[in-house]
Ligand binder design. Structure first.
Ligand SMILES: Cc1cc2nc3c(=O)[nH]c(=O)nc-3n(C[C@H](O)[C@H](O)[C@H](O)COP(=O)(O)OP(=O)(O)OC[C@H]3O[C@@H](n4cnc5c(N)ncnc54)[C@H](O)[C@@H]3O)c2cc1C
Length: 371
């Protein structure tokens, strides 16, 4: 099998890597982290111009990619540079839901998304839902939305929120769930925002008789939600893998620079073995990302099984890489001014979105048993 990137994807990777290593320095990112919005609209606009968002959509949708490998190329580079801007929220989750379910008027928004002019947030998780995608208590009554959504990433910056709400069925039914486009300043919508540990912002969102425009058929949104989250699994796996590459590069450099007992600490066998273990695990992670990206277009059960396998492996390797890199760096890894501090947080954070390592192990077992 040929695992080389196509010429277009290779160009995208090169352009993105060059841009981010020039522009997205630790200092620039720390300024973004300290800002009120938690993202840089200038960098967002420049990345949109480079085609980063367009690569996440198919040609039919107005983009020039949209496959699993397009997503993995983009997110590996975003992860390598520790980018905090909400590409997952707007480009993957929000964008895919609109592309899958929207009518002609709604899908016209995709041009704006690709151009960098529209921000989205996916308001789905609730205080009691944990990682269960089908658990939604928010409901629709007389055409208005009533409920609470938890940790809605990018909610404050979003022009539109995509809110899941139940039109029929019990709280954990797969059927009966609809999606609604809700403007951030819609009546009855309130939010309490806060910064996230590894960058970006989220909010607790309350909806009290809030109007929205339905996206897709009444009560039939669940399959599209699962498909969008599968794409998020590819993105998160690739992002964590990119960040792991940076963590191991920094660690290798440090081991060859820091001297103790008159020579670089990387010449001591105990640390060499530890570094070798990380590099072998990193190759496993690379394979997991390729496997996930290659199965995004598979039928849903196979797709979800492979996503669970990838997320479990990436979660385990990510934790090892983050913790060992910090240990081998000693105290300087704790310093916010040093790149690794942020990169390690990003790696650990990705393991808490749409299911952690343990959750994906259980999910893999359940889906395998159902075969
Ligand atoms: C200069 C430096 C060198 C280091 N070198 C190494 C090294 O060589 N090897 C290595 O493995 N690690 C090293 N470390 C990491 C360090 O040893 C600890 O891992 C790190 O400080 C976390 O310790 P802790 O979990 O006890 O939390 P702490 O740092 O003690 O505290 C964590 C947070 O909780 C707060 N807190 C603590 N106690 C209370 C309290 N009673 N009430 C309210 N808030 C509280 C603190 O203010 C802080 O915000 C180094 C750290 C530094 C800064």
């Amino acid at each position: 099998m040929n695992f080389d990137l196509t010429e277009e994807r290779q160009m995208l990777q090169d352009t993105l890597r060059r841009y981010l290593s020039d522009k997205y320095t630790t200092k620039v990112r720390n300024q973004i982290l300290d800002s009120e919005t938690g993202l840089s609209s200038a960098i967002w606009a420049e990345l949109a111009e480079l085609g980063v968002i367009g690569a996440l959509f198919t040609e039919d949708e107005g983009g020039f990619g949209g496959k699993g490998f397009d997503i993995s190329v983009v997110f590996e580079e975003l992860g390598r540079a520790g980018v905090v801007e909400p590409f997952l929220e707007t480009g993957i989750l929000g964008g895919r839901l609109i592309a899958a379910l929207g009518d002609d008027g709604q899908t016209a928004m995709i041009d704006e998304i690709i151009g960098g002019g529209l921000q989205l947030a996916f308001a789905h998780g609730e205080p009691t839902s944990r990682y269960d995608l089908s658990r939604v208590e928010t409901r629709v009554s007389d055409g208005k939305i009533i409920g609470r959504k938890a940790v809605v990433v990018n909610a404050e910056a979003a022009d539109q929120l995509i809110v899941s709400a139940r039109e029929s069925g019990a709280a954990d039914d797969v059927d009966g769930m609809s999606l609604f486009l809700v403007a951030r300043d819609a009546p009855g919508l309130t939010m309490r925002g806060y910064p996230l540990l590894a960058g970006g912002r989220a909010a607790e969102v309350t909806l009290e008789d809030t109007p929205g425009t339905r996206l897709g058929p009444e009560g039939g949104a669940f399959a599209a939600i699962e498909a969008a989250v599968a794409a998020a699994h590819v993105a998160l796996s690739a992002e964590a893998f990119g960040a792991m590459n940076t963590a191991t590069d920094l660690t290798r450099d440090y081991l060859m620079t820091r001297k103790q007992f008159g020579r670089p600490i990387g010449t001591f066998q105990a640390l060499q073995h530890r570094m070798a273990d990380l590099l072998i695990e990193l190759e496993q992670a690379r394979s997991a990302v390729i496997n996930a990206a290659g199965h995004l277009e598979a039928e849903p059960r196979i797709r979800d099984l492979e996503m669970a396998a990838a997320r479990n492996l990436i979660g385990r390797v990510g934790r090892l890489v983050a913790e060992d890199s910090i240990q081998m760096h000693g105290g300087i890894a704790m310093t916010q001014e040093y790149e690794l501090a942020h990169i390690a947080k990003r790696i650990v954070m990705t393991d808490h979105r749409f299911g952690d390592t343990d959750y994906h192990l259980e999910r893999f077992i359940d889906l395998s048993a159902a075969a």
